[in-house]
Design a protein around this ligand. Sequence first.
Ligand code: SF4
Length: 216
Amino acid sequence: MIPNHLKRYHILMSYYGPQHWWPAESTFEMLIGAILTQNTAWKNVDLALKKLKPYLSPEKMEKLPPEKLAECIRSSGFYRLKTRRIRAFLAWYKDYDYRPEKVAAENGYALRKQLLAVYGIGKETADAMLVYAFGKPFFIADAYARRLFTRLGDQVPKKYEAVRKEVERCLPDDLRVYQEYHALIDVHAKSRCKETPMCQGCPFAEVCQASMYHSS
Ligand code: SF4
């Protein structure tokens, strides 16, 4: 049976309300945050972003010596690698004069291909940038989404692309839905559907295969 992602989206939305993601003060901060959050918890990204605050524009960051950039983002882990990734991303973004609206004018799939060709930009990071910075509806098939879908009883494909496409087949072509669905899954995974889930009172408790709180 094909999972009803739109129904799940509405259940999460009624339970948690709109999240208005991504947590950033500017598009550029969002883009840098998407790179920094690779393989680390958000609290470490937050610290790095605070240190980066004086340089949070592409023009300023471009001029920042790599050692200084690395020092600012140390808290986010893999900081030398992430320094290279940020600089590679900036080189790509510069071709669009650092203007998100110029990037957004491209076709979504063409843009995704370009982003995936940038050093250190994987599928999850590319999709986060597309959804939250460039206004393209792609589903971010991250570990939280896979864990939730598995617990709900889906036969979740192993490959990222297969999960993404499966969800996208079920959702309307509405950017807001994509932005909120990812944010709501993230909030649900952190507040309830954790490694050890807190199922009592969960909006999926009645239907979830992993719940101990079915009424029948
Ligand atoms: S019932 Fe439990 S396992 Fe299922 S979605 Fe809710 S918190 Fe997660």
